[in-house]
Write a protein of this length. Structure first.
Length: 157
């Protein structure tokens, strides 16, 4: 609940305050132009980073690997893109931060263990369903005989 309060109340107030201060310092039209320029540059950077992440994900899938890091990167890129098209300087800083690969990698490490991936494969006309954590060091799988009734188990158990 506090997160939503922060997101919908505090951030817009901070953004409006900063926009007013910048507008008083450089002029209203220059401020609007700066906001539009940052959105334009950000969207173009987002497209380039997104295509790069997609290409890496496809390479990993072609090798038969689960592209877990790339999927989390895609989520961060989507968040960054949403921040970049939101008018304001604070959201632009957050959005541009999500576009920097080193920052993304630093954010991925604590997030990757929180995601669970369900991978379905089709072999010899039989579907196998596997559930894995996204962390490559800690793969977990579901008993394939009855995925609905089995528990997620650690690879060492």
């Amino acid at each position: 609940m506090r997160f939503l309060f922060l997101l919908f109340i505090v951030v817009p107030i901070v953004e409006i305050t900063i926009l007013i201060q910048v507008g008083q310092a450089i002029g209203a039209w220059y401020t609007v132009g700066l906001v539009l320029l940052s959105a334009f540059v950000g969207v173009n950077m987002l497209r380039q980073q997104g295509l790069s992440t997609l290409a890496r994900a496809r390479q990993r899938m072609d090798r038969g690997e689960v592209p877990g890091e790339e999927m989390v990167e895609g989520i961060l890129l989507a968040i960054g893109g949403a921040m970049l098209v939101t008018p304001g300087f604070v959201t632009d800083v957050i959005g541009f931060s999500c576009l920097i690969p080193a920052v993304r990698r630093a954010l991925i490490k604590p997030l990757i263990g929180r995601f669970t991936l369900v991978a379905a494969t089709h072999r010899y006309e039989a579907e196998d369903v596997h559930v894995y954590t996204v962390d490559p060091d800690d793969f977990r799988t579901v008993d394939e005989t009855d995925p609905a009734r089995s528990e997620i188990t650690h690879k060492d158990s």
